[in-house]
Design a protein around this ligand. Structure first.
Ligand SMILES: [Zn+2]
Length: 185
């Protein structure tokens, strides 16, 4: 399965990673693949060091790559920067999926467990066996542990899961490679 990521999403991702300046750098990179850092700096009227910092950060997470070339006039080595669009879809998917997986696990354990809690935020909730070992007293404050109704928490988790799933659908457009290949013919 190949993902088509819209340019707006890529710019949004750059913004998430480094704010407005990072988003502006990404806009230029998408418009002009192979652009060198000096040109980005002069177009955006930014300090070259800030531009390089942003480029390296985006390179570190694997959504950019560069080519070493030699400037024809000055003979200096220059870096030509490109956006790796295929890598971006992977980056978004793995990270969103990680968050989704974690939430699903948490939701499962909330649904399947009965917790005992003193009712003070930040104090631990214990499972039945753990609560019994402590004679149903909170290990932090010593107050009695009561069975905790986690219905609200479950609802909140379910809501959050749906939100992320929706965002993931909006951010990515699924198309099968076969469909794209067929369109080419
Ligand atoms: Zn407590």
């Amino acid at each position: 399965m190949l993902l088509i990521i819209e340019k707006e999403t890529i710019i949004e991702l750059a913004r998430l990673m480094g704010g407005e300046e990072s988003a502006n750098v990404m806009k230029i990179l998408l418009k002009k693949p192979g652009i060198v850092d000096e040109e980005i700096a002069s177009r955006l009227k930014m300090d070259i060091r800030d531009v390089r910092k942003i480029l390296h950060r985006l390179n570190e997470i694997g959504i950019l790559h560069y080519e070493l070339a030699r400037d024809k006039e000055t003979e200096h080595r220059v870096f030509k920067w490109y956006v790796q669009e295929e890598q971006i879809s992977g980056f978004i998917l793995t990270n969103m999926k990680k968050i989704l997986d974690r939430l699903r696990e948490k939701l499962e354990s909330e649904r399947n467990s009965q917790y005992y809690w003193c009712g003070v935020l930040g104090h631990p909730r214990l499972l039945f066996d753990e609560a019994m070992e402590r004679f149903f007293r909170c290990p932090t404050c010593g107050n009695p542990l009561l069975s905790h109704d986690n219905e609200e928490l479950i609802k909140a988790l379910e809501w959050k899961l749906r939100e992320i799933e929706r965002a993931l659908e909006e951010m990515t457009r699924f198309k099968r490679i076969e469909e794209i290949e067929q369109n080419k013919k």
